[in-house]
Write a protein that binds this ligand. Structure first.
Ligand SMILES: [Zn+2]
Length: 294
């Protein structure tokens, strides 16, 4: 695996890297990857925009689950992988970061100008007046509206979902927009069945067009929302490197694929790609990176 880190570092050391990250980068922060290797085991299908906006009970269920799951998301902290990406950016090797994650952990690790393709779970938008509120504030209002609401937290999805019985959902009170009084609130994340705002997509294509290398980190590239950037890079002759645990739908376009835990590989990569920037080569032993393929 040392050879793989060297090959990867050789590509990254040239700079002009644009990172495209997915759920696999945050699993080591305790946020489950529901599309990853264990994704088939997820308990329920993700909420769609159409169901959220049209089905009152489904919306109440979403907020009730999400209210409970939010605590776990809110206390998640960046892992070594996020920190290594921030280090590569500070070192001038990474020009841009596009993330499919809604957890805000790239920014929390010190990365700047992160394009959050699917939005952020810590922000809430009013679908009627467009007002943005912090999730913290909405969470406080939800707690006030549901004194004593207590349910067991079972499995948590990346969008902060937990399993709840119908009776528990029926007793849950959602809250409306405090500004326009009555507007429907929605976490400011892109749901299934919803399109990413055009300006945000354009910004991503712009980043990819200017890249010397597209580095995919922890995404199985299952949805076109992220995969399209790999296709665009490949079409433009920009090399694509994919680091992920398990195969991805972009492997056929990649110049190099690496199957390794990101929290271990990325610090080693940063050390090798920037030997003068602290750490130095060989800090992470090769043994830590072997035998991790599936
Ligand atoms: Zn409103």
């Amino acid at each position: 695996m040392t050879e793989t880190v060297d090959a990867l570092a050789g590509l990254v050391a040239g700079g002009g890297v644009v990172v495209l990250s997915g759920a696999g980068l945050s699993t080591e922060s305790g946020i489950p990857d529901y599309r990853g290797p264990s994704g088939a085991a997820r308990r329920h299908t993700p909420m769609t925009y159409q169901v959220f906006t049209r089905d009152t009970f489904a919306r109440r269920r979403y907020w009730a689950r999400s209210h409970l799951g939010w605590r776990m998301i809110a206390r998640a902290t960046p892992n070594e992988g996020h920190r290594a990406v921030a280090r590569l950016q500070r070192g001038g090797l990474v020009d841009g970061i596009i993330t499919q994650n809604v957890d805000g952990l790239h920014s929390a690790a010190g990365s700047v100008s992160v394009v959050e393709l699917h939005g952020r779970l810590d922000e809430v938008v009013c679908l009627d007046c467009g007002n943005h509120t912090s999730r913290e504030e909405v969470d406080r209002r939800l707690r006030e509206a549901n004194p004593g609401f207590d349910a067991r937290v079972a499995a948590v999805n990346p969008d902060g979902d937990v399993d709840l019985a119908d009776e528990e959902v029926a007793g849950f009170r959602t809250v409306d927009c405090a500004l326009c009084r009555g507007g429907m609130l929605k976490p400011d994340v892109v749901f299934f069945g919803e399109t990413v705002p055009a300006a945000r997509v354009a910004r991503c294509f712009e980043l990819v067009a200017g890249a010397r290398l597209l580095l995919v980190l922890g995404s199985s590239l299952t949805v076109m929302s992220g995969r399209r950037f790999v296709l665009r890079a490949a079409k433009s002759g920009i090399p694509v490197v994919i680091v992920n645990q398990g195969p991805t739908r972009g492997d056929g376009y990649a110049a190099l694929t690496v199957d390794a835990p990101l929290g271990r590989l990325l610090p080693a990569l940063a050390d090798r790609a920037m030997p003068g920037a602290g750490g130095g080569p060989g800090v992470v032993g090769a043994g830590g990176l072997t035998g991790v393929g599936r």
